[in-house]
Design a protein around this ligand. Structure first.
Ligand code: OFO
Length: 165
């Protein structure tokens, strides 16, 4: 059985994952409009994965006797200065998500909710991947700078880059 505090915190995380999904969707659409089709494919895929992160939480809350709540949609940022700005946003966003997840893990220990603590380990591991992915992409972009040929190859490669799910 979930305590009201844990249930509220889990539902807050549902909201965060839903917002992530919207956020990646907005970036995907921006990239597509700019002609970065590979980047757009990558970001669309990532948006779907964030939705799966959200669903996993909803189902867990319900299995534990709670009620997973579907949050309202808020319009994410949809204008970006350039491709560098997109991935800087991605990185700082994922760091923020990791902080939220760590807080939730802390709360589980405080409330002695070991099953939610166990469930949350999947997210802890996932965030390691997400941060690594964002950092790798940013490193590549730093090397490329404004080089058009480099950006072309970057975009082409991103189409097939595996996103951690
Ligand atoms: Fe759900 O992992 Fe990114 O935000």
């Amino acid at each position: 059985e979930l305590s009201p505090k844990i249930q509220a915190a889990l539902n807050q995380q549902v909201e965060m994952e839903a917002a992530s999904s919207q956020y990646y969707l907005a970036m995907a659409s921006w990239a597509e409009v700019q002609g970065y089709n590979g980047t757009a494919q990558f970001l669309y895929r990532h948006s779907d994965e964030e939705r799966i992160h959200m669903l996993k939480l909803v189902k867990f809350i319900n299995e534990r006797g709670g009620h997973g709540l579907v949050p309202a949609l808020r319009q994410p940022e949809h204008k970006f200065a350039d491709i560098h700005a997109v991935f800087e946003h991605v990185y700082s966003h994922e760091l923020a998500v990791s902080r939220e997840i760590n807080n939730l893990v802390d709360l589980c220990l405080l409330e002695k909710d070991y099953s939610t603590h166990n469930f949350m380990q999947w997210y802890v591991t996932e965030q390691i991947e997400e941060e690594k992915m964002a950092r790798n992409i940013l490193d590549k972009l730093k090397l490329i700078g404004e080089d058009k040929g480099g950006l072309y190859i970057f975009d082409r490669d991103l189409a097939n880059l595996d996103t951690a799910d």
